[in-house]
Design a binder for this molecule. Structure first.
Ligand SMILES: [Ca+2]
Ligand SMILES: [Ca+2]
Length: 449
């Protein structure tokens, strides 16, 4: 299945003419190449002889489908205009919420039709992802576990330092803000004045945003912030850069501490502020930009490393140090942890990743999800932005993996496989963006259970 290109014709000519310019550079902070791309998902085409396109079937709002041989089924392409989709939430009525890094959370009805009015539109007040920093924008979106009652949802957004009123450390190049919003859970209309900023996280890096938000079954919220490349700050638990954070966003009455509008879980490693910041759950990361959680696996952290290095999936316990920047690539030599991944120069034990892949497969880890249906049920799905879909089963590290789709099967050379999401109804969503993250250049693909 190595040569089944599913290419988007509008960007194909540009990329054939300048193939090198079409490979990703976001991880090096370079400005992404510009490709033009229609936002109309119905233009997805599949010139390869083995690929198939189908019309929509019974759901008339879905406009096309993409063959994904390694996944054993076609991917339905949803009729919603997106730039860089990041999260899908299935609503009780069968509708969907789809967050887009461009600053929108779309509402898609059960009939597949996108509503004109989004749940949220902050596109005018944040940095957007298509002006040189592919990771910027609305990086995280999650409904509160009690959304049906409270109407609360959470976002992480990135901002230029000048747009933040808080005083910031010298050298700040970008600021991530974790916020809570309130919507009417019935009408899905958000009060635009409801934003409460919970955390303001300055960074010396203009990318490496992190920002994904997940909840565990205790109602604790996890998010993350990347660190600048090769920067020792990732080893400093007194700094948020290069960390996974865990907070209790709805502490019991009176349990919010000091001037914080949230609680600190008791078993956070620095909960008392001794030795590190109380919100830190684990640290020593380069770019922990994809997170997922389920009761069986706990927290899984998908970390993007440099393009010429192994990509890493971590399963951290509280207080774990993933070792960056001293660890920047392969930690495993067969079943043995490499010497370089045993402990930091300061003598702190390093928690090696549970899975690493590359650089011979893929290039940048772009998503992690735990399958909820079909052959993927309970399996860990890891995606790479070049289009590879890997699956693995939890067990003693290092986890073996299989490559289900390689490279071009789904995204072609013009797009990135940008994120992946598994929903409780068994659907797997493969989220793509064109390589410039141009407006409307993304797509939401659904693999039905
Ligand atoms: Ca995601
Ligand atoms: Ca989801």
């Amino acid at each position: 299945m190595a040569n089944r290109p599913i290419l988007r014709t509008s960007a194909l000519a540009l990329c054939i003419g300048a193939l090198a310019a079409c490979s990703g550079t976001a991880d090096e902070e370079a400005t992404a190449p510009t490709t033009s791309q229609s936002g109309d998902t119905s233009t997805t085409s599949s010139p390869g002889p083995d690929a198939t396109i189908s019309s929509s079937g019974p759901d008339e709002a879905s406009t096309s489908a993409v063959a994904a041989p390694g996944l054993g089924a076609e991917l339905e392409v949803l009729d919603v205009t997106v730039t860089a989709p990041r999260e899908v939430v299935t609503l009780d009525d069968g509708g969907l919420l789809i967050s887009d890094q461009a600053g929108l959370v779309h509402v898609v009805g059960a009939d597949g039709t996108a509503r004109t009015e989004p749940l949220l539109d902050v596109s005018d007040s944040i940095k957007t992802p298509n002006r040189g920093a592919l990771e910027a924008g609305l990086a995280g979106f999650a409904l509160a576990p009690d959304f049906a009652k409270s109407g609360h949802f959470y976002t992480t957004t990135t901002h230029a330092p000048d747009d933040i009123s808080a005083s910031l450390p010298q050298g700040t190049r970008q600021v991530s803000v974790l916020s809570r919003w309130t919507a009417d859970p019935a009408s899905l209309v958000t009060d635009p004045d409801s934003e409460e900023q919970l955390m303001v996280l300055p960074s010396r890096d203009a990318d490496h945003v992190g920002g994904e938000i997940v909840f565990d079954d205790q109602g604790l919220l996890y998010t993350a912030l990347g660190a600048p490349s090769r920067d020792e700050v990732a080893q400093d638990p007194h700094n948020y850069s290069g960390t996974v954070l865990r907070i209790d966003p709805t502490p019991a009455e009176g349990a919010a501490q000091e001037d914080r509008a949230y609680g600190i879980p008791e078993d956070n490693p620095f909960a008392d502020g001794e030795g590190g910041l109380p919100e830190i759950y684990s640290y020593g990361y380069r770019n922990p930009w994809r997170l997922t959680w389920d009761a069986e696996h706990g927290l899984l952290v998908g970390e993007a490393m440099s393009r010429d290095k192994d990509q890493q999936l971590g399963q951290p316990a509280p207080g774990d140090d993933a070792g960056y920047p001293e660890v920047s690539g392969a930690c495993w030599e067969g079943d043995q942890v490499a010497d370089a991944c045993q402990e930091t120069e300061a003598g702190v034990p390093i928690a090696p990743p549970v899975l690493e892949y590359g650089p011979q497969v893929g290039e940048i880890l772009s998503g992690v999800a735990i399958g909820t249906g079909g052959d993927l049920q309970g399996r860990v799905v890891v995606t790479d932005w070049l289009g590879d879909v890997l699956v693995a089963d939890a067990g003693p590290a290092p986890w073996d993996y299989e490559v289900l789709t390689d490279g071009q099967d789904i995204v072609g050379r013009a797009s990135y496989l940008w994120d992946v999401d598994a929903e409780p109804d068994g659907s797997l969503y493969v989220l793509t963006a064109d390589r410039a993250l141009s407006d409307g250049g993304g797509a939401v693909h659904r693999l039905a259970p």
